[in-house]
Design a protein around this ligand. Structure first.
Ligand code: HEC
Length: 143
């Protein structure tokens, strides 16, 4: 009786560990997005829905981002193939991430947002306007 209790306990603990390691067993790990800091919180895209800006954003995206995130945003660009974690799926991000979060992580980089440092900071590389135009374009992914 006592011995079987310990075996049962061991089995329960082991299965809990295996489940935790697999993240519940669902393919891609769930993305944890922290709340943006005050200087980014609540910002909205001044170019949302602006066709001319979206066209410009598309060109900028294809030059700066598609190598990793892929032309359709699926996260399957050639330069991202060897990265772990893989470049984020921006089709999913368009549905789930807030505009201020996206602007924050693109400006300050993945490390600042508690994500992969392979996602570089584009502040100083691209202007704020350029980043917003790119994001106005990526928001159209999956639509
Ligand atoms: C060197 C490859 C690389 C390039 C180039 C790159 N990214 Fe990323 N990106 C990543 C990686 C890796 C992550 C984070 C994955 C993780 O930590 O889960 C990421 C994350 C993101 C996220 C967060 C998405 C989410 O679901 O929360 C956004 C938004 C993003 N990138 C946009 C861009 C934009 C816009 C550009 C171009 C200006 C760009 N990235 C260029 C690799 C790249």
């Amino acid at each position: 009786m006592k011995k079987s209790f310990w075996i049962l306990l061991a089995v329960v603990v082991m299965s809990a560990l295996v489940l935790a390691a697999c993240g519940g067993g669902g393919g891609q790990a769930t993305v944890e997005r922290k709340a943006p800091p005050p200087e980014y919180a609540g910002k909205t895209n001044p170019y949302a829905g602006d066709a001319a800006a979206i066209a410009e954003g598309k060109e900028l995206y294809n030059v700066n981002c598609a190598t990793c995130h892929g032309e359709t945003g699926a996260g399957d660009g050639p330069a991202g193939a060897s990265l772990d974690p893989k470049p984020a799926n921006l089709i999913t991000a368009a549905k789930e991430a807030s505009e201020d979060y996206e602007f924050w992580i693109v400006s300050e980089g993945g490390a600042a947002a508690g994500r992969s440092a392979s996602m570089a900071a584009y502040k100083g590389v691209l202007t704020e306007d350029e980043i917003w135009k790119i994001l106005a374009y990526t928001r159209t992914f999956g639509k």
